[in-house]
Design a protein around this ligand. Structure first.
Ligand SMILES: NC(=O)c1ccc[n+]([C@@H]2O[C@H](COP(=O)([O-])OP(=O)(O)OC[C@H]3O[C@@H](n4cnc5c(N)ncnc54)[C@H](OP(=O)(O)O)[C@@H]3O)[C@@H](O)[C@H]2O)c1
Length: 331
């Protein structure tokens, strides 16, 4: 039998386990041109929260009572398609199913001998690409500049900070626990890190960490943390709006400071970033990330939980900050 996870209800506020439903069906048989896949790793990502609502966005909403999809690494266990053979591993947007068939369209072959399979969903996958392309294309960092990264201990943020260090920036991370703050400084080379949960005045703490002001802000969280950064931006600062996890579960319009005076006074740039808009740059970005990894200049952290049944809980735990680095489920 083959388990599948469906979106049972559109979450209101914080998603609940009851928003998901497990069903079992027989494993499908494959026809000519198709492959049968066994799921190996499932990526759970904050942006999936947006797809669970019916609000218009840059990707379509999930349909109710249909399988949820996300980044998945899977093993080809049967093939009637000449492009794939048994034992190949692929990554792509696939359904939350233990087994599924595919024509292979949109799937990339991944090589476990070149990098651990999990990295194709993290540092060498969508979140690594987001970090590299968001930072370089909009942030345009220069040696000696100061960058603040929110969500710094997560999948995207932890890579952003390390790349900025490689470029020669002063890097300040913001995260939710002392453990994460210590990891940023001791393992990932951040110059400073701030625990937003224990800091009363974030604007003052950022000023203390960045006495010469902030040239780049890589924003993963939005909300009051991002408001506090605005008080510290320099002339010609670049602000990359990558995500806003602090408001993804809000049921009311959040109250934020008005950004316009900060941007006008500082001739600053604030731009939304969606990684899929930069698809033509993916090969170049993966090449650079792989190179840094191989040279030992870039490292990565992962939180891997085990078992197909833990997928919904792993997703919910993103909103509780229970992950360091990329959150994955190993099947
Ligand atoms: N635009 C794009 O193309 C794109 C692509 C990928 C990701 N993203 C966005 O980038 C951001 C990071 O994604 P990710 O995959 O790297 O996730 P992640 O940072 O690995 O995981 C989420 C983290 O967010 C933090 N968090 C949760 N609730 C928070 C709150 N209320 N206030 C502040 N921080 C909170 C938690 O860390 P703490 O313990 O530090 O709170 C948690 O560990 C998300 O907003 C995501 O939607 C955008």
């Amino acid at each position: 039998m083959n388990k599948t996870i469906l979106l049972e209800k559109r979450p209101i506020g914080k998603p609940q386990l009851s928003d998901f439903k497990f069903v079992s069906n027989e494993v499908e048989s494959i026809n000519t041109g198709e492959i049968l896949l066994k799921t190996t790793y499932v990526s759970v990502d904050p942006y999936l929260r947006g797809r669970m609502s019916d609000a218009k966005s840059y990707v379509p909403s999930f349909e109710l009572h249909k399988p949820i999809t996300s980044g998945i690494v899977a093993e080809v266990i049967d093939s009637k398609n000449n492009a794939f053979k048994k034992g190949d591993f692929v990554s792509g947007m696939l359904a939350w199913k233990e087994f599924q068939k595919s024509t292979g369209e949109g799937l990339l072959k991944v090589d476990a001998s070149k990098a651990p399979l999990s990295t194709y969903l993290g540092v060498l996958g969508m979140t690594g690409l987001t970090a590299y392309l968001g930072l370089t294309e909009i942030g345009k960092p220069k040696k000696g500049e100061t960058i603040v990264v929110s969500g710094a201990a997560g999948a995207v943020g932890s890579v952003v900070g390390q790349i900025a260090k490689l470029i020669g920036c002063k890097v300040i991370g913001i995260a939710g626990t002392d453990e994460k703050v210590n990891m940023l400084k001791s393992s990932l080379g951040f110059d400073k890190a701030i625990n937003y949960n224990t800091t009363k005045n974030m604007a003052a703490a950022i000023k203390e960490a960045a006495p010469n002001g902030v040239d780049i802000y890589f924003d993963n969280v939005g909300g009051p943390i991002s408001d506090a950064v605005l008080f510290n931006i320099n002339q010609f600062a670049r602000i990359i709006i990558c995500g806003a996890i602090s408001v993804y579960n809000s049921t009311e319009l959040p109250k934020s400071v008005s950004v316009q005076p900060f941007l006008v006074k500082n001739s600053a740039l604030m731009q939304g970033f969606i990684v899929s808009n930069y698809a033509e740059k993916f090969p170049e970005a993966i090449k650079q990330l792989s190179h840094w990894l191989a040279e030992g200049k870039l490292t990565y952290t992962e939180t891997i939980v085990e078992g197909f049944d833990t997928i919904p809980e792993a997703f919910l735990n993103l909103f509780e900050g229970k992950n360091s680095g990329k959150m994955l489920v190993k099947i």
